[in-house]
Design a protein around this ligand. Structure first.
Ligand code: PAF
Length: 283
C-alpha cells in the first residue's frame, strides 16, 4: 500500500526497515504533476526493485527568480493516485523548509557538462538539480534511480556526478514518452493554450525530421542545425533558445553527427520553454 511521508526522519526509518528485510530500493525523483512520462519511470522502477520511492518536491533551488517556481503545477492527490495505481510504495513529499534548513549553504556543482544547452540559458539550474538529487540520494539511499531522456542533459549530468563522487547508485535512463501527436510529455505542457499547443508540435516535428535526415546519412552538424532552425522559424509562435548537437557523455558541442551524439532543442512557445531531443545510439 502506498504511504506518503513528509519528513526525512520518517523516510529514513522506513528505508532502514526495508533494508533490514533485504529489499532493493528504486528512486524516481520528480517535481510532481505526474504524467505518463513519470509513470513509465515508476513502472520500470517497480519492475526492477522490491520497493519504489517517488519523491515529489518542486525544488526552489533549480529555478531562477525569473522562472516559474510559483506557478509550477502541483496536485498531490492526483499524483498519489498515479503512484498507487503504478505500484509505488512510498511518496516522499517534503516542504522546502525540511530540505533547506536555516543556514543551508552547501551545494553540489559541476563544470563542463552543465555549460551548454539548458545550462547556458539557465545558469543556476544544474547546481540546484545536483544539490537536490544528492540530498535525495543521501536520504533514500536507493540501489537504482530513474531519470527520463527528455531531460537528456540532466541525465548526463547526474551520470557524471555519480561517477565523479563515487555514489553507489545505478542511474537508469528511460525513453521519452510522447503525446499521440508527437509532443514530448511535460508538466509544462499544461501552460499552453489551444493555439500554443498546436504550435508546440514544431518541436517534435523538427526532431523527427532531423532524425530522418541523420538516418539517411547527414553527418554535418551545422547543416543539420541550420535545417532545424529554419523549420522551427516557420512557426510564428516559436522562439528558438537553442538547437545544438553535443556528445551525450560530456555535453560538448560536436561538428559531426555520429554515435552517441545528442541533438537537442529548446524553444519558447509564447512564454513556455519546451525541450526535445534525440540520441544517436552507441553501436
Ligand atoms: O527532472 C525533474 O523533475 C527535476 O529536475 C528533479 C530531477 C526531480 C530534481 O528536482
Amino acid at each position: 500500500m502506498l504511504n506518503i511521508l513528509h519528513t526525512i526522519k520518517e523516510v529514513r526509518s522506513q528505508i532502514k526497515e526495508w533494508k533490514n528485510e533485504g529489499f532493493t530500493i528504486g528512486l524516481v525523483p520528480t517535481m510532481g504533476y505526474l504524467h505518463e512520462g513519470h509513470q513509465s519511470l515508476i513502472k520500470r522502477a517497480v519492475e526492477e526493485n522490491d520497493k519504489v520511492v517517488v519523491s515529489i518536491f518542486v525544488n526552489p533551488m533549480q529555478f531562477a527568480p525569473t522562472e516559474d517556481l510559483e506557478s509550477y503545477p502541483r496536485d498531490l492527490k492526483k499524483d498519489s493516485k498515479l503512484c498507487d495505481e503504478t505500484g509505488a510504495d512510498l511518496i516522499f513529499n517534503p516542504d522546502p523548509e525540511e530540505m533547506y534548513t536555516k543556514g543551508f549553504c552547501s551545494f553540489v556543482d559541476m563544470n563542463g557538462p552543465t555549460d551548454e544547452l539548458c545550462g547556458k540559458s539557465r545558469p543556476i539550474h544544474f547546481r540546484g538539480v545536483c544539490t537536490i538529487v544528492n540530498k535525495l540520494f543521501n536520504i533514500v539511499t536507493p540501489d537504482k534511480a530513474y531519470f527520463g531522456q527528455k531531460d537528456a542533459q540532466q541525465l548526463a549530468v547526474i551520470k557524471r556526478m555519480v561517477t565523479d563522487l563515487n555514489i553507489p547508485i545505478e542511474i537508469v535512463g528511460c525513453p521519452i514518452i510522447r503525446e499521440k501527436d508527437g509532443l514530448a510529455k511535460s508538466s509544462r505542457n499544461t501552460y499552453l493554450n489551444k493555439k500554443e499547443r498546436e504550435a508546440a508540435l514544431i518541436l517534435s516535428k523538427t526532431i523527427f525530421m532531423a532524425e530522418k535526415l541523420v538516418n539517411d546519412g547527414l553527418t554535418d552538424a551545422d547543416k543539420l542545425k541550420d535545417i532545424m532552425k529554419k523549420n522551427i522559424e516557420t512557426e510564428p509562435l516559436a522562439k528558438i533558445d537553442y538547437v545544438e548537437a553535443v556528445n551525450f557523455d560530456d555535453i560538448s558541442v560536436t561538428d559531426t553527427i555520429s554515435d552517441n551524439t545528442l541533438v537537442a532543442i529548446a524553444v519558447y512557445i509564447g512564454k513556455t520553454r519546451l525541450i526535445d531531443n534525440f540520441l544517436i545510439k552507441r553501436k
